[in-house]
Design a protein around this ligand. Structure first.
Ligand code: PR8
Length: 491
């Protein structure tokens, strides 16, 4: 590609690249005058909707979609002690109606446990009502004090998919956790986003949960981003909100609960992981426009070219492909630039010579390779090529991701290693080390290396076998028995 058509190199200054691409590809307008609150452009919103359509279709297999209120009365929000301790500083409050002070201040939901569980209490009566599995896709509000970032750290999370389930026993709830992990794996695979899965350390679990499992991906600057979490709540919320069911033998029992969530960070991941210096590279599964047709019209044969383009357009549309025919007055070069920036996976060019030879030309966005295709084969060739692009984008992302997961030796990282080696580890993507469960050792690693402890490895560089693969050693700080954990600089 020509030099002037490139934008910033994403590796060198990811933050600048990211902000530039959100603007130029028309994903998000960041000019709204409230910190951490942004506007979706129509193109960005289409991308968001396609991603959430996939998520919905996966969720709908075993969950029902519902919708709960945005406002939570203060007394409900304050009920679960651990939960509110975790969220206290992040809550936005509504305290007035017009000029009248409200009797009970209302919180804008930071997440909806305390809005949903009082309703679960009245919905759940008997064992026949279980399992109950609902989800909603709504906006939530968090008064984030860390540096806010579009799609990544928001004060208004616009696309919070939260699932809440209730079960008859802990065993059933744990089974649900496994299903949620499988569902999220499936989801991120379709987005071609690689991930590791860890069990978060005790001190970093969701407020009120027994344990938390998280998916993290790697951003181009070497920092990880948490893209999904799954929490076992056990009976803690059921006891607080008195959610009981009558068991088969007539005895009252508390339900056992789980919840799990995904935000528009999944859109940020698609943009950041796949994009490059020419703009977005969208996996065909989620591309608002999968194919753009560009006529190359210089000569008297223009009308003929347009006619062929239109026929190809009609044929692809009928075949269910998301196709756009760009017959605007712009020069072809300007069109290429625009659609490359927006990440359209496949461009079809038709010029006078192509028309004479009854063919067209395919240009793949992911590697800019070209191929000539007979007009009669366009539909099957497009379908095959889109599938190949999807796989290729995924493979490339996985290659980069797994090349940036390192295993440190068992001899200890902090203690024995030189400053140079420590700096190297800090700089790298995800590093696996041995660390015991104590918060003191975890915090020490975080401080000394300037990283975050992601947690015990459930699914990592070794795939499903990671656990079996030498998963026990000595803690790098205290030398006690320890498990493999991942550490990384995290968003
Ligand atoms: C729960 N309750 O709330 P979680 N901006 C963008 N994305 C965010 C932000 C933010 N400020 N904060 C969190 N996320 C549970 C599960 C119902 C559902 C994203 O869990 O607090 C992160 O990817 O862990 C996080 O993993 C996910 O939302 C769920 O939030």
């Amino acid at each position: 590609m020509k030099k002037e058509e490139t934008i910033l190199q994403k590796g060198n200054n990811f933050s600048e690249w990211y902000n530039e691409i959100l603007k130029r590809a028309e994903i998000l307008d960041v000019r709204y005058p409230v910190k951490g609150v942004y506007v979706w452009y129509p193109y960005g919103y289409k991308l968001r909707n396609l991603i959430y359509t996939i998520l919905r279709s996966l969720m709908d297999k075993e969950h029902e979609e519902a919708q709960f209120p945005l406002l939570i009365p203060k007394d409900e929000l304050m009920k679960e002690k651990e939960h509110i301790k975790g969220f206290e500083e992040e809550v936005f409050w509504v305290t007035k109606g017009g000029s009248t002070e409200l009797d009970v201040p209302l919180a804008l939901r930071p997440t909806s446990e305390t809005a949903i569980y009082p309703v679960f209490k009245v919905w759940i009566r008997s064992h026949r009502d279980l399992p109950l599995r609902i989800y909603q896709i709504v906006n939530t509000f968090r008064y984030e004090t860390k540096h806010t970032r579009p799609l990544i750290r928001l004060r208004e999370i616009t696309s919070f998919k939260e699932a809440h389930t209730a079960h008859a026993s802990q065993m059933d709830a744990v089974e649900q956790i496994k299903k949620a992990v499988a569902l999220y794996k499936n989801f991120f695979d379709l987005l071609a986003i690689p991930y590791v899965i860890t069990r978060r350390p005790e001190w970093d679990k969701f407020p009120g949960a027994e344990y938390s499992i998280a998916f993290d991906t790697l951003m181009p600057d070497g920092k990880t981003m948490q893209i999904a979490t799954i929490h076992l709540l056990g009976e803690s919320f059921a006891r607080t909100f008195d959610i009981k069911y009558e068991d088969k033998d007539g005895s009252p029992k508390y339900v056992n609960q789980t919840c799990y969530g995904i935000s528009e960070r999944c859109v940020a991941a698609v943009i950041s992981v796949h994009g490059e210096e020419h703009g977005l590279v969208l996996p065909p599964e989620v591309a608002p426009i999968q194919v753009v047709i560009v006529p190359i019209v210089y000569s008297s044969e223009g009308a003929e070219v347009e006619k062929v383009c239109f026929a190809v357009y009609e044929e692809l549309k009928r075949a269910g492909v998301r196709v756009f025919f760009d017959n605007s007055d712009e020069r072809p070069g300007a069109k290429y630039y625009k659609w490359e920036m927006k990440g359209v996976p496949l461009r079809i060019e038709v010029g006078p010579r192509d028309v004479r030879n009854n063919r067209c030309e395919f240009i793949k966005r992911n590697d800019f390779t070209r191929m000539q295709v007979p007009l009669g084969d366009v539909v099957p060739e497009v379908k095959e090529t889109l599938k190949a692009i999807q796989d290729c984008v995924h493979e490339r992302a996985k290659e980069t991701f797994f090349a940036n997961i390192y295993k440190s030796g068992d001899s200890g990282v902090g203690k024995d290693k030189s400053e140079g080696e420590m700096e190297e580890l800090r700089r790298r993507g995800i590093v696996s080390i041995f660390l015991c469960e104590s918060e003191r050792c975890g915090r020490e690693v975080e401080e000394r290396l300037g990283v975050n402890v992601l947690g015990e490895v459930i699914y990592g560089a070794g795939g499903e076998n990671e656990e079996k693969e030498k998963s026990e050693g000595k803690c790098m700080i205290c030398s006690r028995k320890a498990k493999r954990v991942y550490i990384a600089r995290a968003y």
